[in-house]
Structure formats: structure tokens, C-alpha cells
Design a protein around this ligand. Structure first.
Ligand code: SF4
Length: 237
């Protein structure tokens, strides 16, 4: 499965700016920007942000208000605040040197297991796993995981599979290949199994369950809240 996935990725991967670098700072930036934002939207912001703050030290030295202004329009501003806080911590505690392992990266404020795995595997070649929504979907289908992938048990199973699967050689490409497969072929609705490079390894496809997986607990029904407000305007005279 790994060989087929890697060969497919190398032949078909989208040409994205953060795939042309091994700079951990640039990879970190792209991963943060890509959380909750589409690739097409991120590309110009990524370029402008790197122009303004080309290194982690440059970002750490910038006033937070300037960083937020550069982020303006990308939304979810807590990401920019976390990025700035992380840059300050790396500049202050690590003398501007990026931690090189997923375990050390997770000590940086704002860097969670997914981002730590992405930076460690792509920038430093550590065979560290990562799981995002795309990877969880692909692995739950290939290995026919019936657990709710948002539950503690389901997440643990998917992370364990991802860790068992990540190879010593080219772990960054392997992780990106899983994400790319989820983004372009093994999509949430109507996965394109007929052209999928790992179809012969996929249990969900073999059992016709690709549209049933991944399982997620149903969302709680929305609650109705009623509120009243009174505005009192007092004018002089
Ligand atoms: S065969 Fe279908 S369900 Fe299985 S990984 Fe490929 S696209 Fe996803």
C-alpha cells in the first residue's frame, strides 16, 4: 500500500508552494494556514506572510497587531495569535532553532500532535505519524475501522495505524500522500475508488462500505435559546 501510495503521490501531487521547501518555519506556517482554510485562499497569504516575516525570528520580533493585520481576511485569528506565541517561544527558549522531533515540537505553545507530525516528518524526515480529517477518512476506509473516529478510542486506533504505517524512508512524502489522497480521491462524498491507487488494499471498497465510513457520532441537535434586550436611550433636555 505504501509503495502504491508514494508512487501515485509523486506522479500526481498538486504543485503547491510549501511543497518546494524543507524549511520547518515555512512548513509550520502552511500547516497553520491550511487548518480550516482552502488551499486556493491560503496560497497568496502564505507568500505575503513569508515576504513580511521570512524567519521565525522575524515573526517573533513583529508586534502582534502587525501580524494580525497581515492575517486579515484569512479568519480564525486565534491561529495567528498561536503562531506568534509559538514563534516567541522558539526565539526565546530555543534561540530561534526549530525543535527537530515531533515530541519536542509539541512543547511549543500552539503546536499540537498533527502539526508536530507534519513539521517533523516533512522538514526533518522523522518517521512521525500525523492524522487530520483527510487521513482519518482514508485510514478508516482502508482498514475498515467501525469506531467513531471522533471518539477517544477511534482517534487512538487511527493514530496507532498511522504510526504503524509511516515508513523510515520518505515519511514526509508518505504523510502528504495520505492527505493528498483524502483531499483529491478518497473524498467525503463519492470517493473515486475506480482510480484510487490503494484500492486493492482497501477493505471498505472491497466490502462496499466506502460511503458508510468514517463513522462519526451524530451532532447534537441545535438548541433554541430565546433572549430579549431592551435599549434605553436618555436624551438631555
Ligand atoms: S478505494 Fe475508495 S474508499 Fe478505499 S481508499 Fe481508495 S478512494 Fe478511499
Amino acid at each position: 500500500m505504501r509503495d502504491a501510495l508514494l508512487a501515485w503521490y509523486r506522479a500526481n501531487k498538486r504543485d503547491l508552494p510549501w511543497r518546494k521547501t524543507r524549511d520547518p518555519y515555512a512548513i509550520w506556517l502552511s500547516e497553520v494556514m491550511l487548518q480550516q482554510t482552502r488551499v486556493d485562499t491560503v496560497i497568496p497569504y502564505y507568500a505575503r506572510f513569508l515576504d513580511a516575516y521570512p524567519t521565525v525570528d522575524a515573526l517573533a520580533e513583529a508586534p502582534l497587531d502587525d501580524v494580525l493585520a497581515k492575517w486579515s481576511g484569512l479568519g480564525y485569528y486565534r491561529r495567528a495569535r498561536a503562531l506568534h506565541a509559538g514563534a516567541l517561544a522558539i526565539a526565546r527558549d530555543k534561540k530561534g532553532l526549530f525543535p527537530r522531533t515531533a515530541a519536542d515540537l509539541e512543547d511549543v505553545p500552539g503546536i499540537g500532535p498533527y502539526t508536530a507530525g507534519a513539521v517533523a516528518s516533512i522538514a526533518f524526515g522523522e518517521p512521525a505519524p500525523l492524522v487530520d480529517g483527510n487521513v482519518a477518512r482514508v485510514l478508516s476506509r482502508v482498514f475498515e475501522i467501525d469506531d467513531d473516529v471522533t471518539s477517544t478510542q477511534g482517534r487512538a486506533r487511527i493514530w496507532k495505524i498511522a504510526a504503524d504505517l509511516v515508513p523510515e524512508r520518505h515519511p514526509g512524502d508518505h504523510n502528504q500522500a495520505l492527505m493528498e489522497l483524502g483531499a483529491t480521491i478518497c473524498t467525503p462524498k463519492s470517493p473515486r475508488c475506480l482510480v484510487c491507487p490503494v484500492r486493492s488494499h482497501c477493505l471498505a471498497s472491497a466490502h462496499g462500505k466506502q460511503d458508510e465510513l468514517p463513522r462519526k457520532a451524530p451532532r447534537a441537535a441545535p438548541k433554541e435559546w430565546r433572549r430579549a434586550a431592551i435599549v434605553v436611550s436618555i436624551e438631555d433636555g
